[in-house]
Ligand binder design. Structure first.
Ligand code: GAL
Length: 360
C-alpha cells in the first residue's frame, strides 16, 4: 500500500492534466466528485475505464456507480475514452499508475483491451470486465447481463408480431463483444423461421461504434435495395433503433414496420408509447453497478467473489455474474420503467394527450 500511496499522490497530479479531455456531455470532472485526493489512504480505490459516455445508459452507469461508491465508502475514479482505443489504454495505465486496488473496464475494443489486463496484473491489480467482455486475456471476473438472451428476447418478440416476411438485422459495433452475443441470440431464434423459408433476411449489417447515423444509412440502403418491402427490423440497441426509425419515417413507414431496441433509453420509451418502436430490452443499470461494485470490493479485499456463470473469452472460462434482461413494450411500461422510476412518467408520456395516458 505504501508504494501505492506514493504512486497515488504522483498520479493524482498527472490525472488533472489527463482528464482535461474526457468530459463527454457532462461538463464537470468525474474524479473531483469522488476522489478525496489521497486524504484517506486505507480507502479502497476502484478505477473504472469506460469506452464512452455517448449513450444515455453509460451516463447512468457513471452516475449510479459514483453514488453507490459514496454510500459504500469507497473511492472511484472514472475515465471515458470516447471510443478511442489509444486513449482508453493511456487512461487505464494512468489509473494503474495511481495504484488503484481494482480496475473495472468497459472496453471499446474487446481484443485491444487485453493489454490493459496484462498491465494491471503486472502491478498485482485485479481486473473486472464491466458489461462488455475483454477477450483473450486472464481477466479476473465478468459482470454483465445475459447478452445472448437480450438477442433472443428481441427476436422472440418480433417473430410473434411478424412470423413471415422480409427481415433486416442492424447490429452493434463489431469491436464490442456484446454486439456479437446479441446477434447470436437473435439468429438462434430466427434460424428455424429462415430454414422453413418463412423469414427472408434481406439485409444484415453491424454499425460502427453503435452510431445511430450508421444504422440510419443501413436502413436506407435496405429499403432502397428491397423497394421498401421490409416487414420487420431487429436493431441491437435503442440508438440504432432510433436511426432505423428515422429512415423508415422518410418512407412514411415509421410505426408500420416493427423495430426492436435495447437499453430503455428515454427517447425509446417515448417512441414505444407513441407506437413508433415495438419494444426495448430493459437492463436495470443500478443492479449492474451495485453487483459490479460489490464484486470489485471483494476483489480488493482478496475475498471470494460470488458468480453464477462462466463465459469463455477465447483464452479462459471467465467467472461471471450474468443478470436478467427484461422485455419492455407499451403494455408493461408502467410495471417496469415507471415502477422503477428509471424515467419519470411525465417524460415518457409527454407527447401523449393526458386523457390517453395510463392511470398512475
Ligand atoms: C453495449 C451495451 C448496450 C449498448 C451498447 C452501446 O455493449 O451492452 O447496452 O449500450 O453497448 O453503447
Amino acid at each position: 500500500m505504501a508504494f501505492k500511496k506514493l504512486k497515488k499522490t504522483v498520479a493524482v497530479l498527472s490525472i488533472a492534466a489527463l482528464t482535461m479531455g474526457v468530459f463527454a456531455g457532462c461538463g464537470q470532472s468525474v474524479e473531483e466528485q469522488t476522489s478525496d485526493n489521497g486524504a484517506n489512504d486505507d480507502k479502497i480505490v476502484i478505477g473504472f475505464s469506460m469506452d464512452t459516455l455517448k449513450e444515455e445508459r453509460w451516463q447512468k452507469d457513471r452516475d449510479v456507480l459514483m453514488a453507490r461508491a459514496k454510500e459504500l465508502g469507497v473511492e472511484i475514479l472514472i475515465q471515458a475514452a470516447n471510443g478511442d482505443d489509444n486513449k482508453q489504454i493511456a487512461q487505464a495505465e494512468n489509473l494503474i499508475s495511481q495504484g488503484v486496488d481494482v480496475l473495472m473496464v468497459a472496453p471499446h475494443n474487446a481484443e485491444v483491451a487485453a493489454s490493459i489486463v496484462e498491465a494491471a496484473h503486472e502491478e498485482g491489480i485485479p481486473v473486472l470486465s464491466y458489461d462488455r467482455l475483454i477477450k483473450n486475456s486472464d481477466v479476473d471476473v465478468y459482470v454483465s447481463f445475459d447478452n445472448e438472451k437480450v438477442g433472443r428476447l428481441q427476436a422472440e418478440y418480433i417473430t410473434k408480431l411478424v412470423p413471415k416476411g422480409n427481415y433486416v438485422y442492424i447490429g452493434g459495433a463489431p469491436t464490442d463483444n456484446n454486439a456479437h452475443l446479441f446477434k447470436k441470440g437473435a439468429m438462434d431464434i430466427l434460424k428455424p423461421f429462415i430454414d422453413k423459408g418463412d423469414i427472408n433476411l434481406v439485409y444484415d449489417q453491424m454499425s460502427k461504434d453503435w452510431q445511430p447515423s450508421e444504422a440510419q444509412k443501413h436502413m436506407e440502403n435496405a429499403l432502397t435495395a428491397n423497394k421498401n418491402k421490409v416487414d420487420a427490423v431487429i436493431c441491437a440497441n435503442d440508438g440504432t433503433g432510433g436511426g432505423a426509425i428515422s429512415a423508415l419515417a422518410e418512407q412514411q413507414l415509421a410505426g408500420k414496420v416493427p423495430v426492436t431496441g435495447q437499453d430503455a433509453e428515454l427517447a425509446a420509451c417515448q417512441r414505444i408509447v407513441e407506437g413508433l418502436q415495438s419494444m426495448t430490452v430493459y437492463k436495470p443499470i443500478p443492479k449492474l453497478a451495485e453487483t459490479a461494485l460489490d464484486t470489485a470490493i471483494k476483489l480488493a479485499k482478496k475475498e471470494e467473489v460470488e458468480t453464477n456463470n462462466k463465459v469463455n473469452n477465447g483464452k479462459i472460462d471467465v467467472p461471471s455474474v450474468l443478470l436478467e434482461p427484461v422485455v419492455v413494450d407499451k403494455e408493461n411500461m408502467m410495471d417496469t420503467i415507471v415502477k422503477d422510476n428509471y424515467h419519470p412518467f411525465e417524460e415518457i408520456y409527454k407527447n401523449i394527450p393526458e386523457d390517453q395516458r395510463p392511470k398512475q
